[in-house]
Design a binder for this molecule. Structure first.
Ligand code: FAD
Length: 477
C-alpha cells in the first residue's frame, strides 16, 4: 500500500507551481489534502469579513479541482496542531507538508505545529512558495534587510531568474478521501445578517482558474498601457490580482514568467508591473524583519503624533460621506465590491491620516475587514507609507489635495459619477468640488448640499495646516 502524506493547505490555495505540494507527492506517496479552520490562530489578525467571503469560495474551487482528480479537500475545524495529529492518526500518516508563511502569527503557528507534531512522532516539511525571494535571501552589502524599495528591488533583479513553474501533481498522486470533514454549510465563512456580499460572485472569481484568467485578461487587456493607465481608477488598467496572490491561488513566479514570456509586451510596461509585484516582496520582507509594523509606526517618532479620536469623522469616512467626491467614491467602491483602486487607496488613506488626523491604524483595521485582498504585509506597509511613518514612506508633509487628485486622475468624472450618483449631474468642472458650484447650477441639477450629498466635513486648507502643525510635533520629538 502507498504511504499517505497530509497536505495542509494555508494561503496557498492552488495546485500548480506549489513546491510543498509537489514535494509531498514525490516518491509515489498519496496526498491527503486538508484545510484547517482554526479560528484563534491569527489572534487580532483573523481574516476580516471580506476575506472570509473570498476564502469560502476559494476553498470551494479547490475542492472542485481536487474532485476532478478523484480526491477532495477535507475541511476541518479546530486548533491546527491538534487537528493535524488526530487526522494523521486516522489515516496512519507520519508526514505533513505545507507552505511556509511569513506573517508573525503564521510563523508562530508553523513553529508550534512543527514542534507539537514532532513530539507526536509526525514530521512536518515546509517549502517556500509565496514570494519570488525568501525574506532572508536579499540583504544589503552590510548584511542588513533593506529599508528602501529601489535598492531592494535592484538587488532582487540581480538574483538568478526565478526557477521554472512546477506542474500540478497528477490525479494518481492524490488519495481518495474516506473520512468526512466539515460540510460547506458549516464552514461559517459567509456573511449572513445581512449578506453584504450580494453580487460579489458576478465581480470576482476566487480560485486558481479565476486567478489564471485574471492574469491572462490583464496581459491581453491592459499590460501595454500599465505605466500610464495604472493611476486612473476608471480605466481598468491594473491586474486585480491582489486577492488571488494573497490567497496563493497564483504564485508570483507564475505571474513573473507569464509577463516575461509575453513577447509582445512593451518592456517598459512589463518592468513597471513587475516592480509593483516587487513592492509586495518588499512589504513581506519588511514585515518579516519588523513583525510589529501592523500595530506600531516604523518610525518611532510617530508614536508622539497627536492623533484625534473623532468617531463621527471615522464613520463619515467609512460610509463614503465626507463630502469629498473622490474619497467617497473610493470608500463606496470598497464597501460594495471589497476592492479599491491603488490610487484611490492612497487618496482615502491620506485623507484619514492628514485631513481627519485619525490614526492610520483605524484605517488599516477598516481595510482589514472590508478588502478581499486584505494582506497583513501590504496593508500595514500601505498605511504606514501614506501616513509617512513607514520605511521608505511618502513624506508626511506631502498632503494630497483630494480635489486636485480627483481632477487629475478622474478628469472626466467617470469614477466619481459611478460611485457617487447623487452628484452625477454636475458638470466635470464642479464634480470634484460640488461646494464650488454656483447655487443656480445646484438648483438646476436638483442637488442640495448637506441633504442629497454632504458638505465637506473638514475644510481642506484648515485641515492641511492642522496636519502640518501636528507633524511639527513629531519632527521635533
Ligand atoms: P496591480 O497594479 O495590478 O499590481 C500587481 C500586484 O502587485 C498586486 O496584485 C499586488 O500584489 C502588488 N502590488 C501592487 N501595488 C502594491 C503596493 N503598493 N504594495 C504592495 N504590493 C503591491 N495590497 C494588498 O494586496 N493588500 C492590502 O491589504 C493592501 N492594502 C493597501 C492599503 C493602502 C493604504 C495602500 C495605499 C495600498 C494597499 N495595497 C494593498 C497595495 C495596492 O493598493 C494593491 O496591491 C493594488 O491596488 C491591488 O490591485 P491590483 O492587483 O490591480 O494591482
Amino acid at each position: 500500500m502507498k504511504e499517505t502524506v497530509i497536505y495542509w493547505f494555508r494561503n496557498d490555495l492552488r495546485l500548480t507551481d506549489l513546491p510543498a505540494l509537489a514535494a509531498a507527492g514525490a516518491g509515489g506517496r498519496q496526498i491527503l489534502p486538508c484545510f484547517v479552520l482554526d479560528d484563534d490562530a491569527a489572534g487580532d489578525w483573523a481574516p476580516g469579513g471580506a476575506s472570509r467571503w473570498w476564502l469560502h469560495h476559494s476553498l470551494r474551487q479547490l475542492d472542485t479541482s481536487l474532485r476532478e482528480l478523484g480526491s477532495e479537500l477535507l475541511v476541518l475545524r479546530g486548533a491546527t496542531a491538534h487537528t493535524l495529529i488526530e487526522l494523521a492518526a486516522q489515516v496512519d500518516a507520519g508526514l505533513v507538508y505545507c507552505s511556509e508563511a511569513y506573517e508573525p502569527w503564521a510563523r508562530l503557528q508553523q513553529r508550534r505545529v512543527h514542534d507539537t507534531l514532532w513530539a507526536a512522532g509526525i514530521e512536518v516539511h515546509m517549502e517556500p512558495g509565496a514570494l519570488l525571494h525568501h525574506p532572508e535571501a536579499v540583504r544589503t552589502g552590510a548584511g542588513e534587510p533593506y529599508k528602501v524599495f529601489t535598492p531592494f528591488w535592484r538587488a532582487c533583479r540581480q538574483q538568478p531568474e526565478p526557477a521554472a513553474c512546477l506542474p500540478a501533481p497528477k490525479a494518481k498522486a492524490f488519495a481518495a478521501v474516506e473520512i468526512s470533514g466539515l460540510p460547506e454549510s458549516q464552514w461559517d465563512l459567509l456573511p449572513t445578517r445581512p449578506n453584504w456580499a450580494v453580487g460579489w460572485e458576478a465581480i470576482w472569481q476566487p480560485g486558481e482558474t479565476g486567478a489564471a484568467q485574471a492574469l491572462q485578461n490583464f496581459i491581453a487587456r491592459a499590460l501595454d498601457d500599465y505605466s500610464e493607465g495604472r493611476d486612473f481608477p476608471a480605466a481598468n488598467k491594473t491586474s486585480r490580482l491582489s486577492p488571488h496572490l494573497h490567497f496563493g491561488e497564483i504564485s508570483p513566479r507564475q505571474v513573473w514568467h507569464a509577463i516575461r514570456q509575453d513577447g509582445n509586451a512593451d518592456p517598459k510596461a512589463a518592468e513597471k508591473f513587475l516592480a509593483e509585484v516587487g513592492w509586495r516582496e518588499f512589504c513581506y520582507q519588511l514585515l518579516y524583519h519588523n513583525p510589529e509594523i501592523p500595530e506600531k509606526p516604523f518610525k518611532d517618532t510617530f508614536g508622539e503624533m497627536p492623533w484625534l479620536a473623532d468617531e463621527q469623522h471615522l464613520k463619515a469616512w467609512q460610509r463614503g460621506q465626507t463630502g469629498y467626491p473622490i474619497v467617497d467614491a473610493g470608500m463606496r467602491e470598497l464597501w460594495q465590491t471589497g476592492f479599491m483602486h491603488n490610487r484611490v487607496r492612497m487618496i482615502v488613506a491620506s485623507f484619514l491620516t492628514k485631513h481627519l488626523l485619525l490614526p492610520w491604524q483605524w484605517g488599516e483595521r477598516w481595510f482589514w475587514d472590508t478588502l478581499v485582498d486584505a494582506d497583513l504585509a501590504n496593508n500595514s506597509c500601505g498605511w504606514q507609507w501614506v501616513a509617512g511613518c513607514g520605511a521608505d514612506a511618502a513624506p508626511y508633509f506631502r498632503i494630497f489635495n483630494p480635489v486636485l487628485q480627483g481632477k487629475k486622475f478622474d478628469p472626466e468624472g467617470e469614477y466619481v459619477r459611478h460611485w457617487v450618483p447623487e452628484i452625477a449631474g454636475l458638470p466635470d468642472r464642479y464634480l470634484h468640488a460640488p461646494w464650488e458650484a454656483p447655487p443656480s447650477l445646484l438648483e438646476e441639477t436638483e442637488i442640495t448640499l448637506g441633504d442629497d450629498y454632504p458638505s465637506p466635513i473638514v475644510d481642506h486648507k484648515t485641515a492641511r495646516e492642522s496636519a502640518l502643525e501636528a507633524y511639527r510635533i513629531v519632527k521635533g520629538a
